[in-house]
Design a protein. Structure first.
Length: 70
């Protein structure tokens, strides 16, 4: 998937592989990404509690940061 932006006759549009997306599709995709990222971060946190991996801790911080934007 490659997202880009374009202009149609009535304004801006988000394109997915060159195809326009409806606003509802964009919102659904953002919500799915957020839900998936949140679940992944929670799983990493749980794993990291018992394994104490510093690299994983850094990934968790980055994931939480990304969650604050979506």
């Amino acid at each position: 998937m490659k997202f880009t932006e374009g202009v149609m006759e009535d304004g801006a549009v988000i394109l997915n592989n060159g195809e326009p997306m409806a606003v509802e599709e964009v919102v659904a995709m953002l919500n799915l990404y957020r839900k998936t990222l949140k679940a992944t971060v929670e799983e990493l946190e749980s794993w990291n509690l018992s394994h104490g991996d510093k690299r994983t801790a850094k990934v968790i911080v980055k994931g939480k940061s990304a969650l604050s934007y979506i």
